[in-house]
Design a protein around this ligand. Sequence first.
Ligand SMILES: Nc1ncnc2c1ncn2[C@@H]1O[C@H](COP(=O)(O)OP(=O)(O)OP(=O)(O)O)[C@@H](O)[C@H]1O
Length: 312
Amino acid sequence: MIETTQLTKRYGNLTAVDGISFKVEPGQVLGFLGPNGAGKSTTMKMIAGFLAPTSGGAKVCGYDVESQPIEAKRSLGYLPEGAPSYGEMTPRAFLEFIADVRGIAGDARKRRLDDVIGRLQLEGVLAQPIDTLSKGFKRRVGLAQAILHDPPVLILDEPTDGLDPNQKHEVRALINAMSHDKIIVISTHILEEVHAVCTRAVIIAGGKLLADATPAELETRSRYHGAVSLTATNTGEARAALARVADIESIEIDPQDHRITAFPKKGRAIFVAVSDALKAQNVTVSELALEAGRLDEVFRTITQPQIKGGRA
Ligand SMILES: Nc1ncnc2c1ncn2[C@@H]1O[C@H](COP(=O)(O)OP(=O)(O)OP(=O)(O)O)[C@@H](O)[C@H]1O
């Protein structure tokens, strides 16, 4: 388990992380979401034991990261932002070095090295200096060192940053495959990533924890939750048909693609009534969808007051 208690970091007058408390259990993938400068990396560094908190604390698998740093670090793998490593080393030499530092020896050493090299598809670049690798491969070398000792806890700071869409997909699949028996915390700016890998999402802004929920729960906070979107051949006809649906609160039409969104009155379900009204008026639609909610809008609604409140 990971447990943070009132975790706080101050830099002079700036409170980068402001009393953050949460727990993460095995099998959970926790997504850290937040705008630039929210305090995500600082929180992760403190959990990973790379930065001392000003106050409060963190435990990893029951070990306090400050008073039991060796046990805590043994239990976790950490991918820092940007994945710094020793640029003049080759991935092979770097991973051998990490194996030394982690004390991985004997049969386990070859097995673990072969495993991470295979999983991160590093075979083709093992002998090339890390400095000369593409951003995507550098990130993969960083991930390989984080999982080399097969730790029960992984702290991954923007693991898919800099990867192309195929590599993003592969890394997300890797995280999903590892998630069954590990605790994983990832930070990301990419909201689709939250859907792809996270069982839970924490939203941070201005150093404060503002939301802690499943992605589906967050979507229910969207004003689009339960709305019905459609694209009709004749927008005017569709609009007239929707005017007959009593439970519709309001209608919006996208000025660019003319997509219509109908919002329900509070607590009402409108999908069937909308579908029936369109059929009854013979309105041709190319698309009709019930909206789960939009995470990007929830993210903006939750974080913008904090940003406007005055922190870069
Ligand atoms: N060493 C430092 N000294 C002073 N201020 C710092 C230091 N490290 C971070 N900060 C500040 O603390 C705040 C939180 O930074 P942090 O890197 O944790 O944010 P983040 O959410 O990870 O942002 P990003 O998404 O841009 O990586 C920012 O305002 C940042 O400028």
